[in-house]
Design a protein around this ligand. Structure first.
Ligand code: FAD
Length: 386
């Protein structure tokens, strides 16, 4: 085993040990109460895992996307869900790559230590989901501050985050050369903003995800809330998307392994017609198929992560790994449910919870169709379809 594999192995063991303190019952109860996994997030932060991508100079552990993806995979493989804390890993990249030295020195060490949570990312709007450049939230410069008006939807964790990364239009779409210009990124301090121009309302959804509607009603933020150059925010957000795709792929892969492990165990234990159901090829083969697809997606995940960490273009691989992993985890979820039969519907087996949770990844943070259109256009050279 080479040094890197040994490091990855140790990393996996470390997360597994931490996750062992948060067993099925913990996640099941949170799901029932629709509660935020505060203790789990605190433990992950204290162990330094959530600061994986923050450079050591700013108090993090400064590893690559490969290692960050292993961390998230293991959370999902343990039966948990990283949605409560994964955003920090990829949102933080925008601050790291495009923030000023002052902003980085001020925020990154506090994010790394857990003093501040950066978990909220406000891009989607009720009338602009996939079509990001048509967002209508505006930030207008007025002297030493910006005034922000508009509405975001699906801003996950906003009620559990101190900071929020916000995309808003600073120049009207009609006045820019390209619609991708004139959008800017702001780091909003929610502790000051809520009640002073920001209102947050939870949205009731099919999984325990803490997602919200955020209203901006003339919120005033100082000009130093702007990240990077005004008008360049769309590119900054795109910059972070490859990392996001790879990390989400890893979560799907963790889910996929969880489903296969549980289904295999159940197929070996459940006796029907005097033999384990796993002896029937009708049960055994779909589990084997699901496993093969997860392993294949896993290879694409590591290839995408390797390219990313080497600083090479990885748009195609990041997108393909996300699509393959999301489809593989969903297939594994269906296979696990089928294997468990009626018991799959009983909450105490956790299959139905993970089943609901893993479905999300074909829609958010990017839907399957958009990945297909990316590959069709950018990798294969076919015409843009929208
Ligand atoms: C639980 C949850 C959490 C989320 N968290 C966040 C968050 O923290 N921050 C945030 O900003 N957003 C978040 N989102 C939003 C998510 O990113 C969007 O839902 C997603 O981008 C799709 O946008 P939409 O829902 O508006 O779908 P739409 O844009 O309305 O699309 C609907 C369907 O049409 C398809 N479609 C649209 N245009 C085309 C086309 N040209 N060709 C083919 N198919 C097309 C889409 O693929 C999709 O399947 C979250 C969503 C959910 C459900």
């Amino acid at each position: 085993m080479n040094e890197k594999s040994k490091f990855h192995d140790d990393l996996r063991q470390g997360i597994r040990q931490l996750c062992a303190h948060y067993p099925d019952e913990y996640w099941r109860e949170l799901d029932k109460q629709e509660a935020y996994p505060t203790e789990f997030v605190k433990s992950m932060t204290a162990a330094g895992y959530l600061a994986a991508l923050i450079p050591e100079a700013y108090g993090g552990i400064g590893v690559g996307v490969t290692e960050a993806s292993i961390i998230l995979e293991e959370i999902h493989r343990s039966g948990g869900n990283a949605a409560a804390c994964h955003a920090q890993m990829y949102i933080m990249g925008t601050l790291l790559r495009h923030g000023s030295e002052d902003q980085k020195e001020h925020f990154l060490p506090k994010i790394a230590s857990g003093e501040l949570r950066l978990q909220a990312f406000g891009v989607s709007e009720p009338d602009a989901g996939t079509d990001t450049t048509s967002i209508s939230t505006t930030a207008v410069r007025e002297g030493d501050h910006y005034r922000i008006r508009g509405q975001k939807i699906w801003t996950s964790r906003a009620l559990h985050s101190d900071l929020m990364l916000l995309l808003a239009r600073t120049t009207p779409a009609e006045e820019v050369r390209k619609r991708t210009l004139g959008l800017s990124v702001f780091l909003i301090d929610l502790r000051e903003a809520v009640g002073n121009g920001v209102t947050i309302e939870p949205i009731d959804v099919m999984i325990n995800h803490h997602t919200t509607m955020v209203y901006f009603d003339d919120l005033r933020v100082p000009i130093d809330s702007l990240i990077g150059d005004e008008g360049m925010g769309f590119r900054y957000i795109l910059d972070g998307m490859n990392a996001e795709r790879i990390l989400i792929a890893a979560e799907c892969i963790g889910d996929g392994y969880w489903f296969v492990e549980r289904a295999t165990r159940y197929a070996n234990e459940r006796i029907v017609f005097d033999r384990p159901i796993g002896q029937n090829q009708g049960i055994q083969f779909p589990i084997a198929q699901a496993y093969i697809k997860i392993r294949a997606a896993d290879l694409m995940r590591f290839e995408a992560a390797r390219l990313f960490d080497d600083g090479q273009p990885c748009g195609a691989e990041a997108n393909m790994s996300k699509l393959l992993a999301a489809e593989a985890s969903w297939e594994a979820a269906n296979v696990a449910l089928q294997t468990y039969g009626g018991f799959g519907f009983a909450k105490e087996y956790d299959v139905e919870r993970k089943f609901r949770e893993t479905r999300l990844y074909q829609i958010a943070p990017i839907s399957t169709n958009l990945i297909l259109s990316y590959i069709g256009q950018h990798t294969l050279g076919m015409p843009r379809s929208f």
